[in-house]
Design a protein around this ligand. Structure first.
Ligand code: SF4
Length: 266
């Protein structure tokens, strides 16, 4: 057994495991954390901070708070585009930065939503903000583990929000990038897709829980290693790891940082 029984798996932890089990072990079992901006140049650090600021201002907007001044015109423009794309509707309940957890066999699953929009007619929309320079791709996002996890967890654990819960047909997910405001990706859900997703997710959790500490193999895909923070370690160049900042969680801003880290030269 890996010692991860009861571990709360996020979309990032599951994706990490699928890409490279050894990377998963180093990050979650050995707790070797690297600074979130390690390996990024100044431009990329700026992109990370801009993405984080946008997520923060978007949350404030949906909490109904004054969003405050954006640090630059680009972020201010993104926020204006968001307010046009997803205006607060009367009668809807808005839950930005909402986290939901549910038990899943030997472990648990956790989803942290950028925004849940709960409609009075009983349907729920999950919003996820992306700020990368590439436009959202519907085909890839429909298959993405984040999509599968977020919709399934809402169906499974939605009653924790004080409502009667949501059947799959009442749930949809929207990816939106303020750089491409007219190109949202809308993904409906269905009972059949929910059953497939839940089985896939619980099997993945069980597979990880059954592994021994020495059973996390390294990927053979060099492409994956190019983006990996442990590459110096795998190549025999051990570096000093750092603890994550207090309260840091496995959520969208964290992922933004890893997406932005450049490939390291071989
Ligand atoms: S460098 Fe490659 S093999 Fe090593 S942990 Fe990262 S992805 Fe896995």
């Amino acid at each position: 057994m890996s010692g991860l029984e009861g571990f709360r798996h996020s979309q990032l932890s599951l994706k990490t495991y699928r890409e490279c089990p050894l990377r998963f072990r180093r990050r979650y079992l050995d707790r070797m954390w690297w600074s979130r901006e390690w390996g990024a140049d100044e431009e990329q650090r700026g992109a990370i901070r801009t993405g984080q600021e946008f997520h923060l201002l978007a949350s404030r907007h949906f909490w109904g708070m004054p969003s405050g001044a954006a640090s630059d015109d680009a972020v201010a423009g993104w926020l204006a585009a968001l307010e046009e794309f997803a205006p607060r509707r009367a009668g809807c309940r808005y839950l930005p930065e909402q986290e939901l957890r549910t038990a899943a066999g030997e472990g648990a699953l956790v989803a942290k939503y950028d925004l849940l929009e709960l409609h009075p007619d009983g349907h729920a929309v999950i919003y996820d903000w992306k700020t990368s320079p590439q436009p959202p791709q519907a085909g890839r996002l429909a298959r993405d583990l984040q999509t599968r996890l977020y919709r399934a967890v809402l169906c499974r654990a939605g009653t924790a929000l004080g409502e009667s819960g949501w059947a799959p047909a009442a749930v949809s997910m929207v990816y939106w990038n303020p750089r491409f405001p007219a190109a949202p990706v809308r993904l409906p859900y269905s009972p059949a897709a929910y059953r497939r997703d839940w089985e896939h997710l619980t099997c993945l959790v069980a597979e990880i829980a059954a592994l021994g500490p020495g059973d996390f193999p390294a990927t053979t895909r060099e492409e994956t290693c190019r983006h990996c923070e442990y590459r110096p370690l795998c190549r025999g160049e051990a570096r000093e790891g750092t603890e994550p900042p207090e309260g840091e969680v496995d959520d969208a801003p964290w992922e933004l940082s890893w997406e932005a880290v450049p490939e390291l030269p071989l």
